[in-house]
Design a binder for this molecule. Sequence first.
Ligand code: PFF
Length: 468
Amino acid sequence: MENNRGSFSSNLGFVLAAMGSAIGLGNLWGFPYKMGANGGFPFLIIYLTFVIFCGVVVMCVEMAIGRKTGKSPVLAMSQLGKKYAFVGWFGVLSATLIMGFYSVLIGYSFRYMFGFLIQIFGASGFGGMDGGAFFGAYTGNIGAVVGYTILTFVLCYFIVAGGIEKGIEKFNGIGIPALFVILIAIIIYNFTLEGSEQGLVFMFTSKGMEIAGTEFNFLNACRTAAGQMLFSCSLGMGAMITYGSYLDKKENISKNAWIIPAADTCAAILAGVAIFPAVFAQGQSPNAGPGLLFITMHNTFTSMGFAGNIVGALFYLLVIFAGISSAISLMEVSSAHLIDSSAAKGKPMSRKKAVGIIAGIMMVLAIPVCIDKLGGAGWGIYQFLGEGSKDLLDLYDFVSEGVMMPLGAVLMCLVVGWGKGMDWMADEIETQGNKFVTRGFFTVCVKYITPAMMLFVLISLALSYVGL
Ligand code: PFF
């Protein structure tokens, strides 16, 4: 590429970075619990249906838009038509909002990793408190929470400011293989524990609903699976447009579009197999949200005795790798926008400066999430979200994951499928002799199936908010 935006050095570098974006906190804490609480195996089938008919399709559409235009979401979409620029803006706004809470959760993970690490050397990492007590004390300690959040931002800043090849590609080249190695090591250790098979029963059979106290509801399972799939595959918000804009023309987009969601789904299932067997073997009960990742896992590792300190430190290191590799893609979406738009105005901005500004804006959004103490501060400005939504984190998540990402995904499909036409997309995929082998499948999906499925989910989600 002859401009100064940078590029990935190889297809493997790109695939690992895209996998890094996809595999994150969503896989480690969202998927396994949602699967258990929504029917187990039937949920997996529904989830896979969404991956194939929506995930793979939107992934391909985004990568094609990114590589064809060579631009970040706003400029890329406006290159397809001035009136489509707002779809790109959805992406930039979603990325900024998601980072506003994602960074706080990665910060928590740093605190837990250090806690278990120093316990290996005999110090007390959690002041002798159990999972629940420590979590309450820690989230109430604004100074510590802000401090660890800043640590997350500093690390992400250095990686993203380092550039595509020397920062993002390099981090993922080490981080993603390391993540799978740690995941498999933890799984092997967990299966030596008595009673661990109950974790698989929770995840894969209908007994999970009994344990979680839920009932199978097809519509609910579809909504849950669709939202989870978009978030987990980093879709509908331009992350893959941005990464795609750094991909060499000779690489095969339609093949990559299958590999990345497949790896993301494998990682989500493996994460469940790493978490629930240990939870059940240690007599803990599975539970959702940050509570699972922090309170339950903390208690689980503590009850393993000394070995728990090692497994615990490794587990939170895994969460950090997964979290940072996703967070840097969030930072890249908004930074790339600043870099591209300032260049378009004839006032090019250096990558370091752009990333610094974006990190600053994202941090301004993250600080209130730290101060809100997961709703503990009692601000209550999010009551309109209804029962179960109690904090600023939920609000950010609702606006991004619940509204802008599904809308973004539908609009991108409609713009490409109907606005530009499938020849436009095929032309990009087939450049330099690549085959668009599954063209028939993609055509039907991009134009009809994917928008219909996503619209159905969006409407049913909206109805669920008004109590229907
Ligand atoms: N895919 C990430 C996860 O599963 O945790 C979250 C995410 C990262 C969403 C990057 C969107 C994105 F652009």
